[in-house]
Design a protein around this ligand. Structure first.
Ligand SMILES: [Zn+2]
Length: 86
């Protein structure tokens, strides 16, 4: 009788261990899928990072796409473009 009880205990332990293993595996797979889904948002679209350039009048740095370009020079504002020309 004692032998039967110890066998049941062993089988129950093995079963519990397997259940735990499956649950942990599923949990880590879900976490990995969630991380993979969140990843595409982090790098900026378009690949290359935005160029930061200094204003040719005052030297302030800003993204090239926000700058005023005149005669191949970059300015932070139309006022500084005009001030540079004078
Ligand atoms: Zn400027």
């Amino acid at each position: 009788m004692g032998k039967l009880l110890s066998w049941i205990a062993i089988i129950a332990l093995v079963y519990a261990g397997m259940r735990l293993f499956v649950v942990l595996k599923r949990k880590s797979r879900l976490a990995g899928a969630r991380r993979a889904a969140a990843r595409p948002a982090s790098p900026p679209p378009g690949g290359a990072p935005e160029r930061i350039l200094p204003c040719d009048h005052c030297g302030v740095h800003m993204p090239a796409s926000d700058m005023v370009i005149a005669d191949g020079r970059h300015f932070c504002s139309p006022e500084h473009r005009d001030a540079f020309r004078r």
